[in-house]
Design a protein around this ligand. Structure first.
Ligand code: NBG
Length: 801
């Protein structure tokens, strides 16, 4: 590709002229970025084509298809350069041309095709699949506006469209010739042909699904996987008749309706149309993805017997679970197979990962809605359910009735996913136990062999090697660079440290990252941050179970002590970032609360030498890459049992932050690895929380009355402490005190305060602190998504021999 930087410069400048028709000096930064990306894509495209034909020749190798509503891929320029092994050549070449590669990265958009951990996990998985040379395709949706762009105005969240496609997106390749037709609505006609029944879907509305492929360039080899994102286009072309009749609105109405399918991620589903649109999105990409998979399979195979040996589908949460009836439909209606043969294939191809036990996320669709939108698919779901319930042995019958897919007028998608999959997994050991013993208890009793656990992981290539060059360098100097390809080799660090003290070096690397972040905060919000303060960071979706509120109450408490009792603490900077779902009012109030608190704390001369509070707007993968490396303290304080795994916890750990957390999700496994001395664990355990939910016995009002520090902090929500209208935070107060504190904030507060005191004490001893940091980094290799993907492959997909 590029032999050296001179050769790179030559190709780059040549390409620049070809594409822009201008000289390099005249070009804008946007053009410089676009041209660089297009040059890399030229090679990526070639690799992708070569990989495909190699795989086809190789007796059409088995492939994994990862179906996900979200792929939070982050910026690609620097990752791709790293993964192609040309980062240095290109960086140096650009420098010669007077361009800083970081400035080009700043121009790049961060697509934001996801909302949180589930979407970032999908992207980390694609990264690891490519690294491990497991042929894989991610199937998703190409949302025109992705997740909303969050602005904070007067302390409150405002949602704006994220126009990530505005300047074109250089990393995708449109594949119009691979488009598929997707059918909605209409009716099903049944005909008897010879001995069998034929189901004919008539009078449907057709929508064209056009794929855009984003190559996943692998680290250190020429193989390229890709993410295929489907975009909705009008199947009937332009309505020229209406247009010529002067009805311009009518002419574009159909087009607008169709394109709405891939406009936004998670349309507001608090109303019927929003829910309908979401269901449409799900079927749209499931059907398009499956059709393209089957088409490819058929071009390489004469029959379907080997389907499960060539194709493995992972269903990422319930959103794509229509894969199960849709694949049945294709096999039966389009390929002419009987039910049993088809069911056997489907249940050997599909696997389901559950990512949450929150009931709000276990999707249920009104029967009437599915029946109308997807008449044939609905018939198949009915039949799956009939066979599930009616073919039950007498001793299973009651259990099966209780777990019927069709109950109370709705279709239970999670039950469909469990029944139609060969494997069902949770995303941490604790979460997998909870789904076995609580969420899917009876389904587990029926199908114990299906259930397993796959602890999440994160791409250490992105979140350590790319995000934290200072630490990377230090690690490479200390233990060599083997860990880059085999993250578990980070363990070497521990052995090394027994002979030598690394705390100063670790401190220095951390300080540089803190400076980098402080500079960003100064630029964005004009707040001066003390880089010697403890950076205490809480970044994730804003949700009551994640308990940003508990963190806030603790800060209010510190404020009171410093202000009124002259308490002195080691300076601390509390940083928050995260989005609230647009219709989640309490979460939005919490954002406002954080910002109101920031106003008070940051402007109080007596307090602000000790405390600062910052809310950074529009949390994204790129912002996260700036935050993890700068953290001293990682806030992982969810109500035990609620956080399925968490992946931020792993990214912080890898970057040398210490966790303050509950024994929830993957925190448990971090705790087991680093040992109790190297993590700050507090609060109720999962069994205790579940026990309170099931049997009662907790009264938040009593706890509130028994602890004056807590009481003072909570009272500030409603006693005029905040400038806002005194009622602004009443609802938050009521949830804690009047509605008995569903998320146990009050209950865990005292233990949290204690853990925070311990942090303060430990941080004052630099050697002690950084020894713990070192232990965390050394143990973080287990949480590389490379390990997770190897586990999935060994136990579920079996692609690698
Ligand atoms: C999230 C969980 C996290 C988990 C990620 C990835 C959803 C529905 N679930 O705890 O809340 O780490 O999935 O598995 O976004």
């Amino acid at each position: 590709m590029f032999e050296n930087k001179e050769n790179f410069k030559e190709q780059y400048l040549e390409r620049f002229k070809e594409v822009t028709g201008e000289s390099f000096e005249e070009g804008s930064m946007q053009e410089k970025y676009n041209v660089l990306a297009s040059l890399i894509m030229k090679y990526a495209g070639t690799y992708m084509a070569d990989t495909k034909s190699r795989m086809d020749q190789d007796n059409n190798q088995k492939r994994v298809y990862y179906f996900s509503m979200e792929f939070l891929i982050g910026k690609l320029l620097i990752m791709n350069l790293h993964n192609m092994g040309i980062y240095k050549i290109v960086g140096d070449g650009l420098k010669d041309l007077g361009v800083d590669i970081r400035d080009l990265e700043n121009i790049e958009v961060d697509p934001g095709l996801g909302h949180g951990g589930l979407g970032r996990l999908a992207a980390c998985f694609m990264d690891s699949l490519a690294f491990l040379n497991i042929p894989a395709v991610g199937m998703g949706l190409r949302y025109r506006y992705g997740s909303f762009q969050q602005k904070i105005v007067d302390g409150q969240q405002i949602e704006l469209p994220n126009r990530w496609l505005h300047n074109g997106y250089p990393w995708e390749i449109k594949k119009s010739s691979k488009s598929e037709i997707i059918k909605f609505y209409g009716n099903v006609k049944v005909e008897k042909i010879e001995d069998s029944l034929q189901f004919i879907h008539e009078n449907y509305e057709a929508v064209t699904a056009v794929p855009y492929d984003i190559p996943q360039i692998d680290f250190d080899s020429d193989d390229v996987n890709y993410i295929r994102l489907w975009s909705a286009e009008n199947a009937y072309g332009f309505d020229l008749t209406s247009f010529n009749n002067g009805d311009y609105l009518q002419a574009v109405k159909n087009k607008a309706n169709v394109e709405a399918i891939t406009h936004v991620l998670y349309p507001n589903d608090s109303n019927y149309n929003g829910r309908l649109l979401r269901l449409k999105q799900q079927y749209f990409f499931v059907s398009a993805g499956l059709k393209s998979i089957i088409r490819r399979y058929q071009s390489n195979n004469d029959d379907f017997d080997k389907l499960a040996d060539k194709i493995q589908i992972q269903i990422n949460d319930t959103h794509p679970s229509l894969v199960i009836p849709e694949l049945m439909r294709i096999l039966i209606d389009e390929e002419g197979f009987d039910w049993d043969y088809s069911w056997n294939l489907v249940t050997n191809v599909c696997s389901y990962t559950n990512h949450t036990i929150l009931t709000e996320a276990l999707e249920k669709w009104p029967i009437e809605m599915i029946e109308k939108l997807l008449p044939r698919v609905y018939l198949i779901i009915e039949e799956i359910n009939r066979r599930f319930v009616e073919n039950a042995l007498p001793i299973e019958k009651d259990k099966k009735m209780r777990n019927s897919i069709l109950r109370d007028g709705v279709v239970h998608m999670a039950n469909l996913a469990v029944i139609g999959s060969k494997s069902v997994n949770g995303v941490s050991e604790l979460h997998s136990d909870i789904i076995k013993n609580e969420t899917f208890k009876e389904l587990y009793e029926l199908y114990p062999w299906k259930f397993n656990s796959k602890t999440n992981g994160v791409s250490h290539r992105r979140f350590l090697m790319k995000a934290n060059p200072y630490l990377r360098e230090l690690l490479n100097e200390t233990i060599g660079d083997e860990w880059e390809k085999e993250a578990e080799k980070l363990k070497k660090l521990e052995k090394y440290s027994q002979g030598k003290d690394l705390s100063e070096e670790l401190y220095n690397a951390k300080r540089k990252n803190k400076e980098r972040l402080a500079k960003y905060i100064k630029e964005k919000q004009n707040i001066d941050i003390d880089v010697d303060s403890i950076f205490d960071i809480h970044i994730k979706r804003i949700h009551e179970y994640k308990r940003q509120l508990m963190n806030v109450l603790h800060i209010i408490h510190l404020y009171d002590k410093i202000k009124h009792e002259g308490m002195e603490i080691h300076p601390r900077t509390f940083i928050f970032s995260g989005k609230a779902a647009p219709s989640y009012n309490i979460a939005k109030k919490i954002i406002r609360l954080i910002n109101s608190l920031a106003d008070i704390v940051n402007n109080d001369k007596k307090v602000n030498k000790y405390l600062k509070v910052v809310f950074l707007e529009n949390f994204s993968v790129s912002l996260a890459e700036l935050l993890y490396p700068a953290a001293d303290v990682s806030e992982q304080i969810s109500t035990a049992s609620k956080e399925a795994s968490g992946t931020g916890n792993m990214k912080f750990m890898m970057n040398g932050a210490l966790t303050v957390g509950t024994l929830d999700g993957a925190n448990v496994e971090i705790y087991e690895r680093v040992g109790e001395d190297n993590i700050f664990i507090f609060g109720l355990k999962s069994e205790e929380v579940i026990n309170y939910y099931n049997n009662g016995g907790y009264c938040s009002f009593d706890v509130y009355n028994s602890n004056s520090d807590l009481k003072n902090a909570v009272n500030h929500l409603v006693d005029g402490f905040f400038y806002e209208d005194i009622g602004e935070f009443q609802e938050i107060y009521d949830n804690l005190i009047t509605h008995n504190d569903t998320y146990f904030v009050i209950k865990d507060f005292e233990a949290y305060m204690k853990a925070q005191k311990e942090i303060e004490k430990t941080y004052r001893d630099r050697k002690l602190w950084f020894d713990k940091v070192l232990k965390n980094i050394a143990e973080s290799g287990y949480f590389s998504s490379d390990r997770t993907i190897k586990d999935y492959d060994r136990e579920i997909w079996k692609v690698k021999k």
